[in-house]
Every structure is written in structure tokens, then in C-alpha cells.
Design a protein around this ligand. Structure first.
Ligand code: SAM
Length: 273
């Protein structure tokens, strides 16, 4: 496990994933009924952008670093407000910290993080918060252990793997099947890198052929995906997105495209309801 998210925190892919994540969670807040967020690859939750690791790559400078001057009516504003609350611009909140800031007392956040050092950091971050639990365990194994949720009938499973080992798209496809079997009503968001089109197309086809319904794909490309060794773009595949999310995501990605000088931004229905 060599991957450390601190080198990439706040980059364009994080900005895209996190603004969409906040929108997905916002939809749960419209009803009083409790919800669960299961973050299967949680990371450390809070990233110091002045650390040597973040400064070494400087990736955040072409991501969150270009978004501080967003207008209050920007489609990115709800997420940026949470980034500020979490300590921005110096500290950048990852997915579990963003989710934690949106929880009400009746809601629950479960985080899994396999790296022992990162797990300890995340555990410390959430110490004393009774509706948040942090597990040092494998993401894919956790799906069987933690689903269906015990405390809520609705919820979101966020799967955000590092893609450092071959076969991640296959593990993702299998995970989607497991979630569908154990938590059929659950919303699922899967992040993936876009280096070259071929593996992404194959993943989409496997999702279609597995019979998942109501699947949306949001993608932000920084440049054409021709170089298989570079992170040319990022995607979020959402199963059972809430009503109105597609239009909201389109606006947010359009805004990111302009602000980050990206190449393309698209939101497409992969499988209808
Ligand atoms: N979701 C985080 C966010 O948006 O702030 C970033 C997560 S980072 C891309 C991926 C994380 O997954 C890393 O912290 C890594 O240590 C962890 N990880 C890698 N393989 C894992 C596995 N099989 N199960 C759980 N965590 C894993």
C-alpha cells in the first residue's frame, strides 16, 4: 500500500468528486429520516496543503487553489463553504470530513481505511463523535460486514479506490453486485481515473451488462484521454442518483471546466431507470 492521498489532495479530481459528493448528501437532508454514509476508502480526512508532500506535487494549485475566488452564487459554493469550515485554504477536507460536517444527530458515517497510519489519523480526527465510526479494514470485505445498514433505510456508499493495483475496475464491478444484493435501495458513487478510454468503456459495459438500473456518469477531462500513463480526467459513476442531481452535476462540472481550464465536462445517463 504505497498510495498516499496527501500528494493529490485538492487536485482537480478531488474537486470534482467532492463537489458532487456534497450535492448527493444534500439530497438526504431534505427528509428527517436518518441516512448512512459508508466511505469505503476514507483516507485521513484532513490534508495540510502546506505539508512537504502536498507541496512536492503542487497538484492542489491547479485544483482547489484556483477556486477560492468563486462567487457566492457559484454552483460550487455549498462545497467550498464546507472546505472553509474545515480549515481551508490551508487544510483541505477529504470525503469523510465533508460527510461528517453534513451529518445530523440521527445520521451515521462509517469509514474504512486499510492503511494503519491513515486509519489512526482518521480515528483521531473523529474522536468523541458518537455517530462516526472508523474501521481499519479492507473496503471490499467491509461491504459484506457492514451492509445492510443497521441504523437507516437509506444511504450512500462511496467507493474511492487508489487504483494502485491491477484489477481495480473488476473489483469495483464485483462490489457493485454485492451492494445491490445487500442494500438494494442504496445510492452508490464510484470514483475512477480516466487515463485512456478503453478500461473506462469496459467498466461501463460491465455495469450495463450486470443489470444495474438508473446509472449516471459524470466526467471531467483535463485533456483528451490519450496518454495511458497520465491522469487525464476523472469520473464519478452514480447508481440511483437523486432526482435533479444530473442537472446540478452538469452545472457544477461546467463551472469546474471553466475555472480549471479543463478540456471537457459531461454528465450522461448510462442506464435508465
Ligand atoms: N476518499 C478519500 C477522499 O476523497 O478524501 C480519498 C481516498 S484515497 C483515493 C484512497 C484511500 O484508500 C487511501 O487512503 C488508501 O490508503 C486506502 N485504501 C487502499 N486500498 C484499500 C482497501 N482495499 N480498503 C480500504 N482502504 C484502502
Amino acid at each position: 500500500m504505497n498510495y498516499r492521498h496527501i500528494y493529490h489532495a485538492g487536485n482537480f479530481a478531488d474537486c470534482m468528486k467532492h463537489t458532487l459528493l456534497v450535492s448527493l448528501i444534500q439530497h438526504f437532508l431534505r427528509k428527517e429520516a436518518p441516512f448512512l454514509v459508508l466511505d469505503t476508502h476514507a483516507g485521513i480526512g484532513r490534508y495540510d496543503l502546506e505539508s512537504p508532500e502536498a507541496e512536492k506535487t503542487g497538484e492542489y494549485q491547479s485544483g482547489i487553489g484556483r477556486l477560492w475566488a468563486e462567487a457566492p452564487d457559484s454552483p460550487l459554493a455549498p462545497w467550498l463553504e464546507l472546505v472553509r469550515r474545515a480549515g481551508g485554504p490551508r487544510f483541505y477536507p477529504g470525503s469523510p470530513l465533508l460527510a461528517s460536517l453534513m451529518l445530523r444527530p440521527q445520521d451515521q458515517l462509517i469509514c474504512c481505511e486499510k492503511h494503519p497510519v491513515d486509519k489512526r489519523a482518521l480515528y483521531r480526527l473523529f474522536a468523541g463523535q458518537p455517530n462516526i465510526s472508523v474501521h481499519e479494514r479492507d473496503a471490499y470485505e467491509s461491504l459484506r460486514a457492514l451492509l445492510p445498514p443497521k441504523t437507516a433505510k437509506r444511504g450512500l456508499v462511496l467507493i474511492d479506490p487508489p487504483f494502485e493495483e491491477p484489477g481495480e475496475f473488476d473489483r469495483l464491478a464485483e462490489a457493485l453486485q454485492t451492494i445491490r444484493t445487500r442494500f438494494a435501495a442504496g445510492m452508490i458513487a464510484v470514483w475512477y481515473p480516466i487515463k485512456h478510454r478503453t478500461p473506462v468503456r469496459q467498466f461501463h459495459t460491465s455495469v450495463e451488462q450486470a443489470g444495474h438500473r438508473n446509472v449516471l456518469v459524470a466526467e471531467l477531462l483535463m485533456r483528451p484521454p490519450h496518454n495511458p500513463d497520465a491522469l487525464n480526467g476523472a469520473g464519478l459513476l452514480v447508481i440511483k442518483p437523486p432526482y435533479g442531481f444530473a442537472a446540478q452535476a452538469q452545472q457544477q462540472l461546467e463551472r469546474l471546466k471553466t475555472a480549471l481550464s479543463a478540456f471537457d465536462a459531461t454528465v450522461n445517463e448510462l442506464v435508465p431507470e
